[in-house]
Structures are given as structure tokens and as C-alpha cells.
Design a protein around this ligand. Structure first.
Ligand code: WQD
Length: 344
């Protein structure tokens, strides 16, 4: 079955492409490289020992989408393509609303026009804001988003839900990711932040690689065991497999209209300092870090309750925090090996 993967050259998208092929699907990538790099396609070719069908283009362009839907008889869509930098979204809200909302609306319209009914949507735990109770379940109320980025995820979930409810023949699942980390164990694909990473793990690996002077821990005066924020860090390969499981669940639906939401996490929370210590232990190195002020907008603690994704979708995280931090470091090292051989 051919699956359109929007943003398929990106961090989570590329790892999902690997798992789609492993599960016998035929992924079709569309990506405009606005937050990814063409080198991901080389990594995919090496891992999969084959080329993946690829269209360079923008999900906001009707011509491009029509051409793909016209040519490829698609069995479903996984929609990753979106701007995703929280800080940037505060500075450029219109760019985020235009890009993230319009692409989702255009995709839904095109799917309807071509009778493609199955959609997996990349959402985020950011829709929960700072939850009153932990762990977070899918019934935990969404709170007003802390950023335009988070708000686009909330709004896109509602656009999809309302489209399904309108009676359109559509089956959709929204996956609310917690914190994706790590890289494919081959070290051939991974996270490629543009510029200075805002996410913790790429900042750690770039510091360990000597690209950054030190990691600043954003606050140690939170109400947590060691004072630093708690997150649910999920290995990107586990997360990729959740998308395959979601497609299988959609395929198994008798009804031709279905919408559901799943938290995709490990169910375990770790503090920033625990993550740094684990990184040092598994990679046997010393990381240069210091405690700095809180980062505005940060949620103090959030981690997933995973009963629903375990029992209804039949998926559970298999890799540990240590696996993720080991794989992230291998990827960072390979990046420099690759660049150094290239730069000669
Ligand atoms: C994790 C923890 C920081 C950097 C965001 C988005 C979410 C998703 C993942 C897109 C926090 C601390 C970080 C640093 C630090 N993005 N930290 N020093 O903010 O939980 O989630 O990225 O889908 O939607 O909201 O991830 O990695 O930025 O931060 O101390 O240099 O690490 O304070 O507690 P976050 P993060």
C-alpha cells in the first residue's frame, strides 16, 4: 500500500519511512527541505538498500499535491510537514498559522477529492500545556497553547476531527508525541536541527562534539526531585513504529468514518539532569553544563499515561532512555565523520 509521507525527509518522517518499508508499505515522500536536508534521502537509501519515491515540493501547493495524488494510487497519508520551532512561532505567528493550517486543509481537501480516506496526523503533547494531573491521558483537557506552534497543533486536530464528523469518508488518528530523541541505530539518519538547537538532546550532542561550549540547564528550582523539568523522552524509532501501528488500526476499522487520539510516549518521566547523567554514563564522557535561568514558556513536568496506545493501538515503547542517548551520540559523531571526509 502506497503511503504519502509529508515531511518525510525530516527527523521523525525519515525514521517512519524506514519502518513503513520494514512493514511492507510503499512510502512516497514529499518534502520542501525547509526543515530537513537532502542527505536524509541518502541515509534512507543506505538503510533500505533501495530508493524511496520522492517529490520535492510544498504541501501548500495544490499543483504539487494534485500531481502526486493523480499519479500515485495512495492508500493513506501521514502528515508530518509543519514548522515546529516553538520560539520561532512566537516571533512569526502568521508564518506558522499560514503554513501549518493551510497545508492540513489543502491535504484534507485533496484526500477527499481523490477518495483517500486514511490519515495519521503528527500532533504534540504541547496541546496539554501544563496539565493539572500527571500522567497525562487523552482525556486530559487541552489547555490554551503556550505558543502559536502548539496552537496550530490544537487547531489542526480540530480541523481533522470536524472533517471526519462532517460525514466525509475519512478515518484519522492524531498522535500526540511527547519528546522524540535518538536516531536510527545505523547512525545514517537522525535529528538535523537548523542553526542553534532549541531542543535539549541535539544541544547535548553538539556540546559533546565540541560545537557548543556548554549546555545550560534551564532552571533547577522547579517542584521536581532534582529541581529540573520532567519530560517523557521517546526513542524516534519507537515513535516511527507507532505510525505503522496507527495505519494498521485505521485499516482495521469497519466504519468509513473514525477519529481518535493517542498519546505516544514511554509513560516515564525523566528530569533534565537525569538525562544529562545518563548521556554521560552510556557514552562514557563528561558533559560541560551549568544551571541557568528558567526558559519562559517551559512546562514544569509532563509525561504520558500510555494505557490507550498500549491496549487499543497495540503499540508500546521498547527502547530505553539510554538507547536513545547512545543512538543520538552515534549519529552526531557520524555527522562529523561525514562532514570531515567531505571537507577533506
Ligand atoms: C526539554 C527540556 C527544557 C534545551 C518542545 C516542543 C514540543 C516538541 C519537542 C515539536 C525542557 C530543557 C532544553 C536546553 C534545557 N517539538 N532544556 N537546556 O520544550 O519539552 O518540547 O520540543 O514537536 O512540541 O514544545 O523540548 O528539548 O526544548 O526541552 O535545559 O538547552 O530540556 O527546559 O525542560 P520541549 P526541549
Amino acid at each position: 500500500m502506497r503511503i504519502l509521507v509529508t515531511g518525510g525527509a525530516g527527523f521523525i518522517g525519515s525514521h517512519t519511512v524506514v519502518e513503513l518499508v520494514n512493514a511492507g508499505y510503499e512510502p512516497i515522500i514529499i518534502d520542501n527541505f525547509s526543515n530537513s536536508d537532502r542527505s536524509a534521502l541518502d541515509g534512507l537509501r543506505q538503510i533500505l538498500n533501495r530508493d524511496v519515491i520522492f517529490y520535492q515540493g510544498d504541501c501548500n501547493d495544490p499543483e504539487t499535491l494534485n500531481a502526486i495524488f493523480e499519479k500515485e494510487s495512495l492508500g493513506g497519508v501521514i502528515h508530518f510537514a509543519a514548522h515546529k520551532a516553538v520560539g520561532e512561532s512566537v516571533a512569526k505567528p502568521l508564518m506558522y498559522y499560514r503554513n501549518n493550517l493551510d497545508s492540513t486543509i489543502l491535504l484534507l481537501e485533496t484526500m477527499q477529492r481523490y477518495g483517500v480516506s486514511n490519515l495519521v496526523f503528527s500532533s504534540s503533547c504541547t496541546v496539554y500545556g501544563q496539565p493539572e494531573q500527571l500522567p497525562v491521558t487523552e482525556a486530559t483537557p487541552r489547555l490554551p497553547a503556550q505558543s502559536p506552534y502548539g496552537n496550530t497543533k490544537t487547531i489542526c486536530e480540530d480541523i481533522i476531527r470536524d472533517t471526519v464528523r462532517s460525514g466525509a469518508a475519512m478515518k484519522a488518528i492524531a498522535l500526540r508525541y511527547f519528546n522524540p530523541i535518538g536516531a536510527h541505530p545505523s547512525g545514517l539518519i537522525g535529528e538535523l536541527p537548523l542553526g542553534v538547537p532549541s531542543n535539549l538532546v541535539p544541544f547535548i550532542t553538539q556540546t559533546a562534539a565540541g560545537l557548543r561550549e556548554k549546555v545550560t540547564v534551564f532552571g533547577n528550582d522547579y517542584d521536581t526531585p532534582d529541581g529540573t523539568c520532567i519530560r517523557d523522552y521517546i526513542h524516534v524509532v519507537d515513535l516511527a513504529k507507532a505510525h505503522v501501528q496507527a495505519l494498521r488500526l485505521l485499516d482495521s476499522q469497519e466504519e468509513n468514518s473514525y477519529y481518535d487520539i493517542f498519546n505516544v510516549g514511554t509513560g516515564q518521566g525523566n528530569t533534565v539532569l537525569e538525562l544529562i547523567k545518563t548521556f554521560e554514563e552510556v557514552n562514557q564522557l563528561k558533559l560541560n553544563y551549568s544551571i541557568g535561568p528558567r526558559r519562559p514558556g517551559d512546562v514544569e513536568k509532563i509525561y504520558a499515561q500510555v494505557d490507550k496506545v498500549n491496549n487499543v493501538m497495540g503499540w508500546r515503547a521498547e527502547k530505553s532512555l539510554a538507547d536513545g542517548l547512545r543512538d543520538a551520540w552515534r549519529w552526531e559523531q557520524n555527522l562529523h565523520l561525514k562532514n570531515s571526509t567531505v571537507s577533506g
